[in-house]
Write a new protein. Structure first.
Lengths: 279, 344
């Protein structure tokens, strides 16, 4: 058996202190194998984004162990940590606030390359940036424009190109389609699927939305109150959910199917009346 | 009674029964690049007790339509008519509109945190519509507490003394709904009321709105970008795109027998939680046009896979087949109607 690309053990992150102490992440452990896509699903406050940020060490975990590509992420510091960080990159939720409005697309994408390989010639950097743009479905003439000239979907493509610039093995995506128009979400989901295949990328995909995760991820972890309630393959989670919380979450997802939605609504209503009718 | 039976019996209603009739509504905003048409010739009716869904992406004009229904768009930029129970809201005096708003017609906004006043108690804000109408303070407060209980806030008497920041997102949205209902309106306009909420809370808000129409006879216009949300709640759906109505029909017709390429494309592109997982999702290419740069002809034509030469020049009118209820603004509507399901 090969070692996982990402290994998380007993991860804990606390905020506040004294009586106001909150355990946002409470003893979370999981593995992600090379080439796999793991979905991290939960409602707001479930700790899914905090988990992702701890994994990338954008915030310091209170306790636990994170091994990325065989190296102890939490023991490293300085240049060694920086080097390891190029192995795992983040795609943000909001394509408006996550791109510097004063930088051109070329500079946004090249920034990471310039920091990690400061001696690289500018023609090589430019060639790489053009390739990246093409990879995410944008055109070379977009290079000199600034983020304001782009729609939400195009901005998200720029954010993805930036994340890919350092040739990471792991891409952590935090709700990357949540703020996009419905007709654009499918385009970006397809782009992730393509990139995985072409670049042999490993994904950790965070979402509150069970349907996008089902489309993209082969394995899914369901989080609630900082804990993983259930983790399993797509088939296990969607066809035979074991945890009560997973089932409740699944039942609440609105599907574009009036007959089944009306049936669900009627079931909820009769459950409510029986509850109310109890002495 | 099953929901299926109800929606079937309530479907064929005479047009004369409409409580709200919108005709040729057009809202134009001035801008540096010339006038922007946010809403372009919208016409539709809302019947008493009806749950009407309006669905659209950003820039479709759905929220501007909501604002127009409340008389909140600038009058000199709004044309057409919006007749509510015999009265045109676009020509009615402002004080008459103020009397209607929050009383006969009320609204629920998307973001309850910015719509609620952080410095006043929730009870006071819910009672506000009554206080403005000189209902005695004690009575107004009693009814506010009652209403908070009705929308499912536990321990309403105590919670009424709390401030908005002490409520969770879902509970705040319930407060907004309580505020919208306290004047016993006949029409509630809800603009993306569940968008920022978790799915389980979303379902509770949907149940609440359903109960309102079912038990209290309130009509609801539910505006959203989410076709999933409308499937269970709406009886009829209007699909908007670039300020125009693309399709209008009963909910089942829309989801199972759409005859507009835009709606078909949207439905195809949605990832689902059941059924086979496709390798790739089918997508509509491109994105919705900015209202300031609308294409000529049918606004959807640059993204349409069934485009015809005429589509590029003339916007197709919204047409119902003779005797039919299913309206589509597409030259290929009849052709699509002959191929139900084949294109999915």
């Amino acid at each position: 058996m090969t070692t996982p690309l990402l290994q998380v053990r007993g991860l804990v992150r606390e905020f506040g202190h004294g009586p106001g102490l909150v355990r946002a992440v409470d003893d979370v452990s999981f593995d992600v194998m090379q080439g796999e896509a793991l979905g991290l699903v939960g409602e707001s406050g479930s700790g899914k984004s905090t988990t992702a940020r701890c994994v990338l060490r954008l915030i310091e975990p209170t306790a636990g162990e994170v091994r990325l590509d065989g190296e102890d992420m939490l023991a490293l510091g300085g240049p060694a940590l920086r080097r390891l960080r190029s192995t795992a990159q983040l795609v943000f939720q909001d394509p408006y606030s996550s791109l510097n409005p004063r930088m051109t697309v070329a500079d946004i994408i090249a920034e990471g390359i310039r920091i990690h390989r400061p001696r690289e010639s500018s023609t090589t950097v430019k060639d790489e940036v053009v390739d990246l743009l093409e990879l995410v479905g944008l055109r070379p003439d977009h290079l000199t424009r600034k983020p304001a000239a782009f729609s939400g979907g195009e901005r998200q493509r720029i954010g993805i190109a930036r994340a890919l610039a350092l040739k990471p093995k792991l891409l952590v995506c935090d709700e990357p389609v949540a703020s996009l128009d419905v007709s654009i979400q499918a385009q970006i989901l397809n782009l992730f699927a393509d990139l995985r295949e072409r670049l042999d990328l490993t994904l950790v995909y965070i979402a509150h939305d069970l349907s996008t995760v089902r489309h993209l991820c082969g394995r899914i972890a369901v989080m609630q109150d900082g804990k993983i309630r259930e983790i399993g393959t797509r088939e296990q989670i969607y066809e035979d959910p074991q945890h009560e919380y997973t089932r409740a979450l699944m039942a609440a997802v609105p599907e574009p199917d009036p007959r089944s939605e009306r049936a669900k609504l009627a079931a909820r209503r009769s459950a409510q009346t029986t509850e109310a009718g109890r002495p | 009674m099953s929901t299926q039976a109800r929606s079937d019996t309530s479907a064929p209603v005479e047009v004369g029964q409409a409580m709200l009739s919108v005709r040729d509504l057009t809202v134009t905003f001035p801008s540096a690049d010339g006038p922007i048409r946010a809403v372009n010739g919208m016409s539709f009716d809302v019947r008493p007790r009806e749950r009407l869904g309006i669905v659209g992406e950003s820039g479709s004009g759905k929220s501007v339509t909501a604002q127009a229904l409340l008389g909140l768009t600038p009058r000199d930029h709004t044309t057409g008519s919006i007749v509510f129970e015999g009265e045109d809201l676009l020509t009615a005096p402002q004080d008459r509109l103020r009397a209607l708003r929050g009383w006969d017609i009320s609204y629920v906004f998307q973001d309850p945190l910015s719509a609620l006043d952080p410095t006043r108690t929730v009870g006071h804000q819910v009672a506000q519509p009554l206080l403005l109408r000189r209902v005695p303070k004690k009575e107004a407060h009693r009814r506010a507490v009652e209403m908070l209980g009705e929308v499912g806030i536990p321990d309403p008497a105590r919670r009424a003394r709390n401030y908005p920041h002490q409520f969770s997102g879902g509970m705040r949205q319930r407060v907004m709904i309580a505020m919208a209902l306290i004047g016993q309106p006949r029409l509630v306009i809800a603009d993306e009321p569940t968008t920022a909420l978790d799915v389980r809370v979303q379902a509770k808000i949907i149940d609440l709105l359903y109960r309102l129409t079912d038990e209290q006879g309130v009509a609801v216009v539910f505006i959203t970008h989410d076709l999933g949300i409308l499937a269970g709640l709406a009886e009829r759906v209007i699909v908007m795109y670039a300020g125009r109505v693309m399709e209008e029909c009963s909910t089942d017709e829309l989801y199972y027998r759409s005859i507009h390429p835009y709606t078909l494309g949207l439905l195809e592109s949605l990832p689902r939680i059941s059924g086979p997982v496709p390798e790739r999702l089918l997508t509509i290419g491109g994105g919705p046009p900015a209202p300031s740069r609308l294409p000529t002809g049918c606004p959807f034509h640059p993204r349409c896979q069934y485009v015809q030469p005429e589509c590029r020049t003339t916007p197709p009118p919204l047409e119902r087949p003779p005797g039919g209820e299913h309206a589509s603004a597409c030259l290929r509507a009849a052709w699509l109607a002959e191929r139900p399901g084949e294109l999915r």
